[in-house]
Design a protein around this ligand. Sequence first.
Ligand SMILES: [Zn+2]
Length: 325
Amino acid sequence: MSRSDNIRAAKQKIAENRATAIRIYERHTAEISALFPEFKRIDDQLAQTGLKIMAAALASPSDEAERNIEAVHAEYDALADRKRQILTDNGYPADYCDIKYFCPKCSDTGYVDIRICECLKKELVLASLEASGLYSLVETQSFQTFSLDYYEKDDKINMKRNAVRLWEFANNFVPGKSESFLFIGATGLGKTHLSSAVARVIIEKGAYVVYESSISMIADYEAKRFGGSSYNNEWDDNVDRYTECDLLIIDDLGCEVVNNFTLSCLYNIINSRIIMHKSTIINTNLSDKELRSRYTDRIFSRILGEFTTLHFRGHDIREQKLIKK
Ligand SMILES: [Zn+2]
């Protein structure tokens, strides 16, 4: 999913809301019209209001036109009142046949005048979250839910420093102008939690974030490279997002198989992002030493030279939680 796919998905959601609201309105109106012929007659009369106003406006002099228009409005109000009366007399809510938009501010169009409505902004965030690969994580793993209780002494001081640093990074994030990070530490020390927290803040600022494990990322490039006759354009979109996004989070670097193909993939992604000044966060369970022996100097020096390394230290949080239970 590219950024334009996210925008399309969000607009689609708003259009579906509008269609649903209109469908319900039409169903209710048909139901009531069938039961009460007077309601139907009034509805038909009301449908003529626009034409009547136009005709009234053509009269001259202008004060007569004004009086005519006022009369049409008064007639409209009386008819609308009568419609409501029919509904309430028969035990229906007065607004049973009104269109009830999900967002009354924009009538489910996504725009108020020419400005994007809050409801479309919200859908954009949701669509971006879903596309980022983080949908299930961000609900529970935010800066608000990050706890230092699981860290002790120096580890606690270190983690507090990491969290503050990343909070500042996320809140001051500017696409193409922010730094990159390498998170080093064993499993269960909060790397994924803080990555997800960062992603949420940045997505809410409207930036394009992609989160993927190194294994899945390499698999996407393999599908494109070795897909053979079943090759299709979707694979281009699928790998292009790794270089196009404003923030790429590569989870679990070190779990992928190392060969010439994977190494050149990794180098190309990291290198092209550095050249375009795009931010990347890499999570790994490997130590500095293991990273150095696993990856070529070309990749390793590129990462170390351009990325800020944050160490995650302590005791596995998942284990601690299990013991407490
Ligand atoms: Zn709206």
